[in-house]
Design a binder for this molecule. Sequence first.
Ligand code: AMP
Ligand code: TRP
Length: 335
Amino acid sequence: MARVLSGIQPTGDLHLGNYLGAVRHWAQDQHEADAYFCVVDLHALTVPREPGELRAKTAETALALIAAGLDPAVCTLFVQSQVPEHTQLSWLLECVASMGELRRMTQFKDKAKDSDSARVGLFTYPVLQAADILLYDADRVPVGDEQRQHIELCRDLAIRFNNRYGEVFVVPEATVPKVGARVMDLQEPTNKMSKSSESPRGVILVLDEPEVIERKIKRAVTDPTSQIRFDPEHKPGVSNLLQILAASIGGDPVALADDFTDYASLKAATSDAVIELLRPVRERYLELATDPKGAEDLLTAGAEKAQSVAAATLARAEDAIGLYRPSRQNAASQA
Ligand code: AMP
Ligand code: TRP
């Protein structure tokens, strides 16, 4: 059975981009593969965080993932920092990665505007991400479009390690959805929808009430010519709405454009579709939030299961790279 792994940062509330680009597909993947999903709290430390808030958001994000359809009885859902093998393997991979290749990461370039004060962790962020993936021998990594470069780096590191030290890692592939892989901000449709957006009006949260979703979509930026066509370069706002509608109902954004003659009806259809898509997630979240202890136990069990896989991979990597582990090496030579 194929292995799947993906992760999400607990830096804010789950938004429509996360859902359409990633989480919705994870809920399907769990039935088709041996699936691992982690809330990557260590990645969230790369920018300033208030400790209490980080802790609370980690729990909330896990709960939102369960509400969005991840079933801890079917997949393995866990918090990254509860499995220390992630940071251990990350160090080994840092000693395989080069400064040059990390400097080329566009996410680092975007976030580390003033590079002298940017945290070192922001620079090595993609190496920790590679460790997340390689520890689980993942064949596939379902992510949104902007993660492609990180997965490419992960592949390069795995291949380099295998060439130098022997076949230790499975070389994974990114899977990116055809529609919905890059949902844009409703107010600034040339920027992607993001947890760190300046304006909350441009971001639809998975837990937004229906009236709030309706209002945000009604006020979404379009453009002065009222022509409806899918053309992200020249008509980013309208194309984003068509993309959101298509991803929500399972259609094609180019073909859907022909169904509308004015922005008001396109917005009404989009808002209806998004409200219906997210309604069950919101209802389930409110139900789950009444028993936070239940989720805590599920996450502890998830981390234990994850660790049993991660520890075996880390041991392979340590042995291959030449770390001194006499008990393991004696056992291997006697076998
Ligand atoms: P993050 O919130 O950055 O941890 O992202 C979690 C997952 O959601 C990753 O697979 C991202 O690629 C995906 N994602 C984040 N923002 C968007 C977006 N605006 N459109 C589509 N996918 C996204
Ligand atoms: N960097 C990813 C993001 O911001 C989150 C992430 C961390 C991840 N580790 C991962 C995604 C492993 C896929 C696999 O979205």
